[in-house]
Design a protein around this ligand. Structure first.
Ligand code: ADP
Ligand code: MG
Ligand code: MG
Length: 325
């Protein structure tokens, strides 16, 4: 631990959500420098990968003419490469080219599901959006960072970019000599080093809301000692339409918001990028397929299933059972 250090904190807003950072430091005079370093990393991720910012590299790629070639900036290329790998590994449960579906269900920049007069897609619109989301149409060379827009392919890296932002912030802090820190962006966390009292950064995994008459499962606590955690929940960004619950995780195979009763999936990984991406992939896969996928890749995951009677049932992968305290 950093003997004689005090815990400092900063917070702010980015990517339509909030961030905060705690760090242990003997030097109490460098808040401004730390904030500037954090915001530079967050701004870089937004400038490259935001679907909301029309001037981002990703938005410009999405608008580009069919057949046009683009040399992607380094962070965008790295995140895209990871996303394409997970798309293959998860047989398309994770899909970086689901932008058209995300938009049409009202979770993109516009139209929003909260806008007056918004209606979910009909069958024809769904088919049109489904035709654009084959990530294999994307020719991407990771060595040269060159990507070709095949025409109408809409990238959406929102399920992985926040995790990457957390990793960047943690590395920037390490670059400032800050070895002991806890970083959060929009619910994704990464902890490195120790608190000044010599303890690791313990966190409690967020539990989904439980129906009246049921007790919540006992809290799961993890020590983020060189570890990241991400939780995907069906209750955070969602709306109801004609009695159906529509969360912002879309199953690209059906083109519809997931509806298989997973209340949340938490994933632990050394990299927040992978924790974020895997939690989305496993949410879309559903509990049984997700468990098999996570076990096959040695992923530490906690599945919380919403049962028909409103109760919550937890299932842990082997790797998660070894890490959760
Ligand atoms: P959660 O924290 O609930 O996992 P994320 O923010 O990580 O949510 O990812 C959800 C976002 O990812 C959606 O708002 C959408 O932009 C995008 N998305 C939705 N479905 C998929 C999918 N199947 N694969 C990849 N990205 C998706
Ligand atoms: Mg995610
Ligand atoms: Mg997430």
């Amino acid at each position: 631990p950093a003997l004689g250090a005090r815990v400092h904190g900063l917070r702010g807003e980015t990517m339509g959500t909030t961030w905060w950072v705690l760090w242990a430091d003997r030097d109490a005079t460098r808040q401004a420098a730390v904030r500037a370093a954090i915001e530079a990393e967050l701004d870089l991720v937004v400038a490259q990968m935001s679907t909301w910012l029309p001037s981002s590299d990703l938005s410009r790629f999405n608008r580009a003419a069919p057949g046009s070639r683009h040399t992607l900036p380094e962070a965008f290329a790295d995140v895209l490469q990871a996303a394409l790998w997970l798309a293959e590994a998860s047989a398309g449960a994770f899909n970086p080219a689901a932008g058209a579906l995300v938009n049409r269900w009202g979770f993109g920049p516009a139209p929003r599901h909260t806008d007056p007069g918004f209606t979910p897609p009909d069958e024809t619109e769904l088919c049109a959006a489904l035709r654009t989301q084959d990530w294999r149409r994307l020719a991407f060379d990771a060595a040269t960072r060159e990507a070709t827009q095949p025409g109408g392919l809409l990238l959406d890296l929102s399920a992985i970019a926040k995790g990457h932002a957390v990793d960047r912030v943690a590395r920037a802090l390490a670059g400032l000599g800050i070895a002991h820190a806890l970083v959060e962006v929009g619910g994704e966390l990464r902890g490195q080093g120790l608190r000044p009292d010599g303890m690791p950064w313990w966190v409690e995994l967020e539990c989904p809301p439980v129906a009246p008459g049921h007790s919540p499962p006992p809290p799961t606590r993890v020590a983020l000692h060189g570890l990241s955690v991400a939780t995907s929940g069906d209750y955070r960004r969602a709306y109801r339409h004609q009695g159906r619950h529509l969360p912002h995780s879309i199953d690209p195979r059906s083109g519809r918001p997931v509806a298989h009763g997973l209340a949340s999936v938490s994933v632990l990984h050394t990299e927040a990028l992978w924790a974020d991406a895997w939690s989305t992939a496993l949410t879309v896969a559903g509990r049984d397929a997700g468990l098999a996928l996570a076990e096959a890749h040695g992923i530490a995951a906690l599945f919380v299933q919403r049962e028909a009677d409103g109760g919550l049932t937890e299932t842990l992968t082997g790797a998660m059972a070894r890490l959760a305290g």
